[in-house]
Design a protein. Sequence first.
Length: 547
Amino acid sequence: MLDHLANRNDLPVENAQTARNREFEERGNFQINYLKGWRLQVLTFAMCLGLFLAILETTIVSTSLVSITDDLNGFRMGSWVVAVYLVTYTGFLVVVAKLSDTLGRKSTMVFCVVLFIIFSLGCGFSRTMVQLIACRAFQGIGGGGISTLTFVILPENISPTVYPTYAAIVSSTFALSSLLGPLLGGIICNNTSWRWVFFLNAPTGLVVLALVIVTVPGRPPSDESTLSKLNRVDFLGAFLMLSSAILSVTALEQGGTGYSWTSAVVLAPLIVAIVLGSACLCWSWYLNRRTMSQEPMLPWNLLTDRFAAGIFLSSFFTGSVFLSSIVVLPQQFQVVFQDSPAKSGYRLLCMTLVSPLFAGVAGFFMQKKQIPPLYLLIAGQILAILGCGLASSIPETARSYPVSQYAYQAIMGAGFGLGLATAIMAAPLAYSKRNMAVGIGLTYQTRSLGESIGVSACANILSHTLTDSLQGRLTPQQISVLLGDAGMVKSIPTGLQEAVRRDFAHSFTRQMQALCGLAGAGLLATLTMVERRPRYQHREDVANSTS
């Protein structure tokens, strides 16, 4: 697995062996006593269940939002019920991963699960929108921690020879929970109170908590005091990164939809986020040049590694296309083809089933066929481009669901499954043991940032298309209602409904073309990982690294 160091295009020949020896030294303390048998299976189940809950919360509330705002009388604040979870979830991905290096994986994971359970109950018992939004913010911190630590704990406790298989299983869970969220949220609200969307997290979360305590190995006893551990934490770097992430996601969530891109509400946090992000990079560079006890929140050698940067960029663009497709396609089904919310969820099953299937295919090729992850990432981007391009070719005058759309969904799902799973499975090839947690956290943070940008871009395309075409035929209030709930097309005058559907169809074509462009950018970004001899997980290298 380490022979790629001797073949790096950017390493001089005389330094290759030195780099190889340093990598072995860094991996010398890597978890050798890998879990096996029932304990490995239970650990995998616990990680999958925790990840399912954390990711489910990003989408399950979307179909419950009408019931929530009606009950709590908070229509104007409704969008923040979804946005605030995404803001804190994304903001804490890297911070929690890095803190687990200092405080220990098990204790940090237990804290995140407990935080998630407590504030899920708080959401369920909320009596006002302010209470609900505040609880959702803390719930997002716990959910983000669970997500990132799942992919940090697994590679440390699973043998590299079988890691791609288990990473594919967990990546499939990620895809399924993202796609099933809206469907499950609708089913719960149709049959009981919206509060059970949050209450059900408690018993399931307790199961995750118990299994984590039983299966995750604890850190070996250490003479280092808690104060000494805290002195190694880069609090300034954590503050700069956290502030930048939260402000940027907040601006992207509101830009062009809740507020104009030129408004101070969007521009101010976006500009401050850019300044703070730049300051974080400068601080990491400074710590890299100084011998200090603090461990930089963003290791400079990780940021300047071409292979790692390629994974970050690939995750960014694949994530943006993936989540945007989940948002765009159901709207198209409901408005243009007049499907019910439940039926639009069923129509997505093709993508829902194919995406995790190809995550398994990626694991098979990496583990059994020794295919370099670079080739799988390129294949995933090409399939995403092809699927989005074909989806944009559906005639805008069609009012019955084309059968060909299922095939287009399958192509997109295959691309998402390959791309998202491979980025995680390539972690042992991209990051040293010292940077593993931060590397995986950055992979998810860039992916989440890409998701926010992709959804925001699609929302802006829809908003501009409808505003330009319907201005003068509908009042600004009617247009605003349509943008907030596409299903409200049935409430406008009958004579205008067909025109509105035609405009929606046109906007969906433009959105899919934009996603095709994002996937193309992802392909170009992935090409930055090209090496003379692409790295792959060779069994002999795995054996050597663990001997």
